[in-house]
Design a protein around this ligand. Structure first.
Ligand SMILES: [Zn+2]
Length: 70
């Protein structure tokens, strides 16, 4: 019963992931380097509880492969 609903939710997540709104997860704070990061719900941001900064991670585009070959 609940299985179909879960599949729907997964499909919805996959569709959302294809858009620009996908949130990248940082593993270290870009300011102090600590791993004490928590998602800041509603703001689409992350907060570092070590240096008390809040920030977002945004992908700005794709780059050419550094190897040169396609
Ligand atoms: Zn920090």
């Amino acid at each position: 019963m609940g299985r179909a609903r879960r599949r729907e939710a997964a499909a919805r997540r996959a569709r959302a992931g294809a858009g620009m709104s996908e949130r990248a997860q940082p593993f270290h704070c870009p300011y102090c380097g600590d791993e004490n990061l928590f998602p800041r719900e509603g703001a689409g941001a992350w907060e570092c509880r070590s240096c008390l900064r809040s920030f977002t991670v945004q992908m700005t585009g794709m780059i050419p492969h550094p190897g040169g070959a396609e």
